[in-house]
Design a protein around this ligand. Structure first.
Ligand code: SF4
Length: 160
């Protein structure tokens, strides 16, 4: 993917730092993840993943996985029930937990980190474009077709 001129190394570092701070705060709150994969199967569980332009740039940087499908149903990076983009996943993915004991904390943490991310966009003049993931997926280069080698890998992933 071709990055805009505003996608600077410094901005990438800042975004990485924001994700680290968010992960640390969530770890402190200690929500339980039952690895159900529900957070990534949007249509089935009735939610929408929103993210900003810069988050989408980072998430989609290596392209979509071979053979993945662009659909409102789910995320192409979920393979075999697991996230294959953990280091690049946006705020919405980091903060979404099914744990009922975490629900009250989710909203205020989200608001603080979204406000920080929005300020970062403003500082570099980057469009905010806070949209559902499907919009960014449709704009991105389509996923490459599966080769016979990668088809085997997907089967292995699904079995793991
Ligand atoms: S980036 Fe990862 S955590 Fe986020 S929706 Fe996709 S597979 Fe799930």
């Amino acid at each position: 993917m071709v990055m805009s001129a505003s996608w600077t190394a410094e901005f990438r570092r800042e975004l990485g730092a924001l994700y680290q701070d968010l992960d640390a705060e969530i770890a402190q709150a200690g929500p339980v993840c039952q690895a159900s994969g529900r957070c990534c199967r949007f249509q089935e569980y009735g939610h929408t993943l929103f993210l900003s332009q810069a988050e989408a740039d980072l998430l989609l940087e290596p392209g979509m996985p071979a053979g993945s499908v662009v659909s409102e149903a789910g995320c192409p990076y979920q393979i075999g029930g697991k996230c294959t983009a953990r280091e690049r996943r946006p705020i919405g993915c980091r903060i979404y937990y099914c744990d009922p004991n975490f629900q009250d904390q989710q909203q205020p943490i989200t608001e603080r980190f979204i406000a920080r991310l929005k300020r970062m966009h403003e500082q570099i003049g980057r469009d905010w474009r806070y949209r559902p993931l499907i919009d960014f997926l449709r704009e991105a280069p389509p996923p490459p077709a599966l080769s016979s080698d990668s088809a085997g890998l997907v089967v292995l992933n699904e079995l793991s």
